[in-house]
Design a protein around this ligand. Structure first.
Ligand code: MG
Length: 374
């Protein structure tokens, strides 16, 4: 039988000296007895996986609003891809796989309906009322809003997982100290930079010919055509996505290992002493990705049909927010209760941020369509 103590022992023996170890965790806000079989990070991962917020990711927008098609990425499949990419790279670098899995699975919990457009709507409305940001909302979910445990609010996750979630996001200047947390950020980027282009091609909003201007794409497709004289379009698209992920992962692994050696990192405290982001792409890949990103943003994220789709979400969020504010008695009792404690704006914001695309659309119908049942 392999128990928690054995797993912890293995980590100490087999992981890199600068990996985070479950046995040396700083613990939880509300102290708990350790589990017999699972390490603290494995337990955190399971708590996140079984949370209500996690299941809702299934019907939340990544780029395409949920009802647009069954084969596009959703927040849930995106999250699983981030976790898989993160774990693979983690394993190669001798880092803690369970920790990155927990951070990755939680990283997008705070996204509201309709992706970044939905976030923009909530940010505007919450200006002057405490603000809104999806990363902070993810934390709020795991620290306050999930109500599954009688002993404490939220999920009472280990401090290392919370820390990784806190500093997630490229807008934050200061990067996280743990390599696992730095990696979770970048695994997120690798996942969406690669799968967004696959979804864009699948949708027909972008033609493959448009990608020819990108060095990274030219490189990959010329390799594919050399290897397979005839390959059908959809297989080519998928192979290209796989190669894209592979390229980035390989570059990240070798460059990160170089950085570890160059910065003389031999322990966790060494990481605190370096002023640079250790988990990073090579200069060459950074440049290729920059070109890639600006293409995606110009041609895909700002494609008129994508904008029309997401702006509809913005209007819908504004409308239902307004309806609740005007007459809070239309809110379910649990939300009214929270409003008494934390104020109406915050309670409505939490309620709407928790909604899936599907629920928000149904709720709009219920509130505005005269013949719809309430
Ligand atoms: Mg993400």
């Amino acid at each position: 039988m392999i128990r928690r103590a054995d797993l912890e022992e293995r980590e100490i023996k087999f992981l890199a000296p600068y990996a985070v170890k479950a046995r040396l965790s700083h613990g939880r806000k509300y102290p708990e007895k350790e589990h017999e079989f699972r390490t603290c990070f494995q337990r955190d991962r399971d708590r996140i996986l079984h949370s209500t917020a996690f299941r809702r990711l299934q019907y939340k927008t990544q780029v395409f609003v949920n009802h647009e098609g069954d084969h596009y990425r959703t927040r849930l499949t995106h999250t699983l891809e981030v976790s898989q990419i993160g774990r693979t790279i983690c394993r190669v670098l001798g880092l803690n796989e369970d920790l990155i899995e927990a951070i990755s699975l939680a990283h997008d919990l705070g996204h509201g309906p309709f992706g970044h457009a939905g976030e923009r709507a909530l940010t505007q409305i919450m200006k002057g009322h405490g603000g809104f940001e999806h990363n902070l909302q993810s934390l709020r979910i795991v620290e306050v809003l999930e109500e599954s445990y009688p002993e404490f609010p939220g999920l009472n996750l280990s401090l290392e997982v919370l820390d990784g979630m806190k500093k997630h996001g490229s807008r934050r200047k200061k990067f996280p100290v743990y390599l696992e947390a730095q990696l979770a950020d970048i695994a997120d980027e690798i996942a969406y930079d690669s799968h967004d282009v696959e979804d864009a091609l699948r949708s027909g909003l972008i033609e493959e010919a448009e990608l020819e201007g990108l060095a990274l794409w030219r490189d990959i497709t010329s390799y594919i055509l050399k290897k397979y004289a005839s390959i059908d379009e959809s297989q080519k698209r998928r192979l290209a996505t796989r190669l894209l992920i592979n390229r980035q992962a390989q570059d990240l692994i070798s460059n990160t290992q170089k950085n570890i050696d160059r910065c003389g990192i031999r322990s966790l405290p060494d990481l605190g002493k370096t002023s640079e982001r250790v988990v990073a792409f090579s200069r060459e890949m950074t440049q290729l990705k920059k070109e890639w990103r600006s293409f995606l943003s110009e041609r895909f994220y700002n494609h008129y049909r994508i904008v029309r789709m997401t702006e509809k979400g913005v209007r819908l969020i504004r409308a239902i927010f307004q309806v609740y504010l005007e007459r809070p008695a239309q809110l379910p009792p649990t939300v009214v209760k929270r409003a008494k404690k934390e104020g109406l704006y915050r309670a409505v914001c939490d309620y709407i941020a928790g909604m899936t695309d599907r629920f928000a659309q149904d709720e709009y119908q219920r509130l505005f369509e005269p013949y719809e049942r309430v």
